[in-house]
Design a binder for this molecule. Sequence first.
Ligand code: NZQ
Ligand code: ZN
Length: 389
Amino acid sequence: MNSFTFYSPTKVIFGKDAEMHAAREIKAFGGTRVMVVYGGGSVVKSGLLQKITKQLEDNQIPYTTLGGVKPNPLLSLAREGIRQALEFEVDFILAVGGGSVIDTAKAIAHGVANPDIDIWKFWSREAVVEKSLPVGVVLTLSAAGSETSDSAVITNDEIRSKRGLSTEFNRPRFALMNPELTYTLPRYQIMCGIVDIMMHTMERYFSPELGNDLTDEIAESLLRVMIKNGPIALENPTDYHAMSEIMWCGSLSHNGLTGLGGKGDFATHQLGHELSAMFDVAHGASLSAVWDSWARYCFNVNPERFAQFGRKVWGISEGSAEAIGKAAIERTEAFFASVGAPTCFSELGIGVQPDEVVRELADRCVYFGQRTIGSFRVLGRDDVYQIYA
Ligand code: NZQ
Ligand code: ZN
């Protein structure tokens, strides 16, 4: 086996009524003054926010709230949150929502702990996070995996740049995961979640460093569980079994487990982030729109890996390795289409883009020549252009 470090310190409380442990867990992790962060109103409408704030009141925990987090969350709101959190002297941030809310909570936590550093410097790599505030999560959307991940993705609205930051300081202290809280999700968001969860696993599976059998088996089984339960959840978003399987897949797909001993690729995520930065499209949809192009572009690097993916995930047994690998790409693309996920720019709702826009996307994706993306196949500007085109 290849060596690895596995660190996933988030305490997970999973199941019905999990959200009722919020006050207790905040106290257990030392929180005494709390900022509750939420999104555009789904948690107000569902009554969840009120359930949480009542617990805080019943436990005499002073709190302030920050709502209005948008999908593809903005740096400007995180900055506003930091200002308010400092004023209220909070020592704990509670995210009640999906990935965008959680990532905003993480950004606020870093900003409050480092009031003299402009937080964007953490994302632009001009500064390193060395301390942060504790963050807890009440999850309402199975998708980003931010409830257990070491990453946070923020969009700088001034320069239209969407960037991820990986640091162990991004790991939430706890995640309260009640699948029933996802029953109110629109089908589009369930679909985006299915794609994102699968992609977090596939981005690790297509790695230049292979050989950890258990890692592969975990990844393959997680993908099979998603392929089985995704369509059931879309058909009936109140199916507890399907929604709970998806929820747990979401956390395990992005806490590191599915890639131990390998080197994540994550090119598709970088390609997708650029689309979200430019067109504000949903994250999951941005991934399915480019994955098949990425896969076909990178296929020849290791056809046998695509064949293993075909055999173990899609159950394809007939034909040469090359044929099975190619069929696996087609099956994945067809699965995405079957759950309503876009597989091209037009389906993503941005239309066919003129060449100068595609070139700009490619330039931005490689930070104007300052980086390459991917590891399965390392991609430079021209490769990125070919994949987008
Ligand atoms: O804002 P509200 O009103 O709450 O509505 C949200 C939002 O419109 C809605 N929603 C959430 N829970 C709901 C609900 N609606 C009804 N019922 C519920 N229970 O869903 C919409 C999308 O929410 P968002 O948080 O944006 O979705 P998601 O969890 O997919 O997060 C996407 C963000 O996470 C980033 C993405 O790039 C994107 O910015 N990612 C974060 C990662 C991480 N931190 O580890 C990794 C991922 O790869 C990803 O990049
Ligand atoms: Zn993702």
